[in-house]
Ligand binder design. Structure first.
Ligand code: PHE
Length: 451
């Protein structure tokens, strides 16, 4: 009891359920929604991808999120500690999570650096008129992307050093609602551009001719599943870690519904803000990671007070990216604090430095190192593939097996119902999802993607 009390105390806690929902939504809403979702949808056939994505949000995302939260709150530990406490044989799943946080943050921070560069450019009064030329010359230059990446990592590091709860909770309360409003403003501009209708159609009307073979179909499934994991921060312990800061009174079932709902709303709104503009401005939807950075500046150019909107929008993207980066850093930092007995500040600086070093190669992979390929992918492509399509689904698969068959639905339900105080109407559904549905689906998609 004493030990538990101490751990709880030193680990801090979210002030209220609302605060937790905001912080967790802040962690979930990030570059995954704003930057990645539109281009991954664009690369995978548009509406078919979107429908599959939403289907997986409900049938995989929600139950896995609930499972992770209950595991985190039960043990009040980082992912490695959480699995180890309940069953030593599953410690490796926590290790996968911590590794995955390394992998993601090293490239996440590079993209965060791009956002920072845009914010800075607009803030210093510059227009970005030819966004494609601006973007390409920036990402392929040798020093700039690295410096901006390090600047982004430094900001995230300072926030985690200060302890997450207060700053993040408070900031999320103001920034998240603002982000919603701004996306809607941009969306209205984007869908009213000449030729936007093609983009809207692409985004909502399934077109079977975009999928021509089994391998295209299975890679679309894998991309949609990977995007669900990435966007909800599942399968790598972020939700376990945030759950560990959660009060025993919180209603986990509500949180596990609200967070995915808000997260996918932001993703869909972003798709509507970006894809119509892509078509109206004559870009290819499958252009890849530059989509947001090349199309939106052009949309802003077409708006009255464009530069003003551009500043606010990119500041909000930056904020969304930082709250997510913080959660990634927090996963590894909390492990170093709990298990390696490091002080928070020291842990954070060491972890951020290692991640930043790895990120330098990613930053260069768009320019100086763009010719170097590993398994046919650039460094960025490889790390993205490893996190979204390998580590996170595997982490999710083992989580389900663990909750469904090892820790057991009864124990999970005890935690989920706050020791029987709350109803758990969907218990059967949760049980089937954890024990059979999710592991089978993840396993099949995973294997099919090799063919
Ligand atoms: N979900 C975050 C986003 O959408 C990314 C992230 C992944 C954050 C994994 C934490 C853990 O940007």
């Amino acid at each position: 009891m004493k030990a538990e009390h101490q751990t709880t105390h030193s680990r801090g806690k979210f002030s209220s359920s609302f605060g937790f929902i905001l912080a967790a939504t802040g962690a979930a809403v990030g570059l995954g929604n704003l930057w990645k979702f539109p281009y991954v949808a664009g690369q995978n056939g548009g509406a078919i991808f979107v429908i599959t994505y939403l289907f997986f949000i409900v049938t995989l995302g929600v139950p896995i999120m609930l499972g992770e939260m209950s595991l985190g709150r039960k043990t009040r530990l980082n992912p490695i500690g959480a699995y180890r406490t309940l069953d030593k044989r599953f410690t490796f799943v926590g290790v996968i999570g911590v590794l995955c946080a390394f992998v993601i943050l090293s490239y996440y921070s590079v993209i965060g650096g791009w956002v920072l560069k845009y914010v800075f450019t607009y803030l210093t009064g510059n227009h970005i008129t030819d966004a494609t030329a601006f973007f390409n010359s920036f990402i392929s230059s040798s020093v700039q992307p690295i410096l901006w990446h390090i600047a982004f990592m430094t900001i995230a590091c300072f926030i985690v050093m200060a302890g997450v709860t207060k700053g993040i909770e408070r900031a999320s309360k103001i920034m998240l609602p603002m982000l919603f409003v701004f996306i809607i403003v941009i969306l209205i501009r984007s869908v009213t551009l000449d030729g936007a209708i093609e983009g809207i159609r692409y985004f909502i009307v399934p077109n079977l001719s975009t999928i021509n073979s089994f391998s295209e179909f299975s890679s679309m499934l894998l991309a949609a599943m990977g995007q669900v994991f990435f966007s909800l921060s599942l399968g790598m312990g972020a939700v376990i870690t945030y759950g560990s800061y959660l009060s025993k009174k919180n209603n986990l079932q509500k949180s596990a519904l609200i967070i995915p709902l808000l997260d996918s709303c932001v993703a869909i709104l972003c798709g509507f803000a970006i894809l119509p503009a892509v078509f109206a401005l004559g870009f290819e939807p499958s252009a890849g990671p530059g989509l947001l950075f090349e199309t939106l500046p052009r949309v802003f150019e077409e708006m009255p007070f464009g530069i003003f909107f551009a500043i606010i929008f990119f500041v909000l993207v930056l904020f969304a990216a930082i709250t997510s980066a913080v959660s990634l850093l927090e996963v590894v930092t909390s492990f170093c604090i709990d298990d390696l007995r490091m002080k928070r500040k020291k842990a954070c600086v060491i972890v951020a430095s290692i991640m930043a070093s790895l990120g330098i190669f990613v930053a260069m992979s768009f320019g100086v190192l763009s010719d170097i390929e590993i398994f046919g992918m650039t460094m960025f492509g490889l790390l993205e593939f490893l996190s979204d399509k390998v580590l996170m689904p595997l982490g999710g698969l083992f989580l389900c097996i663990f909750v469904g068959h090892i820790w057991g639905i009864d124990n999970a339900a005890q935690e989920i119902t706050n020791q029987g105080k709350l109803k758990f109407k969907l218990r059967r559904v949760f049980s089937i999802a954890m024990k059979y549905y999710a592991p089978v689906i993840i396993g099949i998609i995973f294997i099919a993607s090799f063919f």
